[in-house]
Design a binder for this molecule. Structure first.
Ligand code: ATP
Ligand code: MG
Length: 324
């Protein structure tokens, strides 16, 4: 059953400095229990999408088109009290700065207990054990500043999962952590969601880090979802030129000609709906149509947003043959 259904959602921020079209017709569905990773460069709209799911967009953000449904109901149609109820019972949130989302003045055990339907010392300890924290008695008695970043993030995950939500949104959950523990925390997130049958929507820059832990990858560019699919398919046979570029820009991946490269140019800063494909100015495969006609999703599950989808393998072979 479809838990989250984002339909052609367009959201813009109006600020004294100008307008920013953060989402420009983003579409995405998440089924119960799916582990979905949303990847894309800075400014592609990941956090705006995540905050929209939770009904937490700031007042400067407005929906200009499309809709976002959780359990079949539009979050934009809910009264504030209904939205709070939905967040308490069906949704969870984990942010980059775990320690910052905890109350610095209260012990961990008390804070976690507040989120449990049946609080109690034993229940608190058991939840801390479930997120693989050592010495849970001591952690329960600690204040947030007494924990390492990784431990605080585990506590934040325990709190977000306390009521076994249908969907957990994690926005850059490991960005502030040391490299050695990033993978442990991602694995914990994925395993914990799988055990509870909670769907996960993790928003990240870190394409290769997350690929091993998700059941589906979603690639965003310029406020739209440009490609989606099982991680092994997207990594081995990327179809959108932006996805191809992202993979070439990732250290350790096979690269054209064996050298590492990044995508030339910068991501767009949209001040309104894009006229054509937002990636066109950076795209080596661009044709005239790309500049003026918005690509619509392909009919298959990958929903690739590219006018040249299906032609590119042939083009790439032609391009590269002389260089080898
Ligand atoms: P990052 O990887 O840096 O976290 P992101 O993919 O999460 O980026 P968003 O934060 O959703 O992207 O931003 C999308 C666009 O909306 C950007 O152009 C950004 O500058 C703009 N934006 C985001 N939040 C606000 C805000 N509160 N006010 C004005 N503009 C905003
Ligand atoms: Mg973000």
């Amino acid at each position: 059953m479809t838990l989250l259904d984002v339909r052609d959602l367009a959201v813009r921020y109006d600020t004294p400095h100008g307008v920013s079209q953060a989402l420009d017709g983003a579409s995405l569905t998440v089924a119960a229990g799916e582990l979905v990773a949303v990847v894309g460069e800075s400014g592609s709209g990941k956090s705006t999408l995540g905050m929209a799911v939770l009904g937490l967009l700031p007042a400067s953000a407005q929906r200009v088109a499309g809709d976002l449904l959780v359990d079949g109901s539009s979050v934009f149609g809910l009264a504030p009290a209904e939205l709070r109820g939905l967040r308490r019972t069906r949704l969870g949130l984990v942010l980059q700065d775990a320690a910052g989302s905890l109350d610095p003045t209260r012990r961990i055990g008390r804070q976690l207990a507040e989120h449990l339907d049946r609080p109690g010392h034993a229940a608190v300890l058991s939840r801390l054990e479930q997120v693989r924290l050592p010495d849970v008695e001591r952690v329960a008695r600690s204040y947030p500043h007494q924990l390492s970043g990784g431990m605080a993030q585990r506590v934040a995950i325990a709190i977000a999962l306390a009521r076994s939500p249908g969907l957990l949104v994690a926005d850059e959950p490991t960005a502030a952590l040391d490299t050695e523990i990033k993978h442990d925390v991602l694995r914990l997130l994925a395993d914990s969601c799988r055990e509870r049958r909670t769907a996960l929507l993790v928003l990240t820059h870190d394409l290769t880090g997350i690929a091993a832990y998700c059941t589906r990858l979603v690639v965003m560019y310029g406020g739209r979802v440009v490609e989606t699919g099982p991680p092994e398919e997207v990594l081995e046979r990327p179809r959108h030129p932006y996805t191809r570029g992202l993979l070439h820009a990732v250290p350790g991946q096979e690269t054209v000609g064996g050298t590492l490269r990044s995508i030339a140019g910068s991501p767009p800063v949209l001040t309104g709906p894009s006229a054509g494909c937002a990636f066109a100015p950076r795209c080596e495969f661009r044709i005239d149509r790309c500049g003026g006609v918005r690509p619509e999703p392909s009919d298959d599950a990958a929903r690739v947003l590219c006018h040249r989808d299906g032609e590119l393998d042939a083009v790439v072979t032609l391009h590269e043959a002389p260089e080898v």
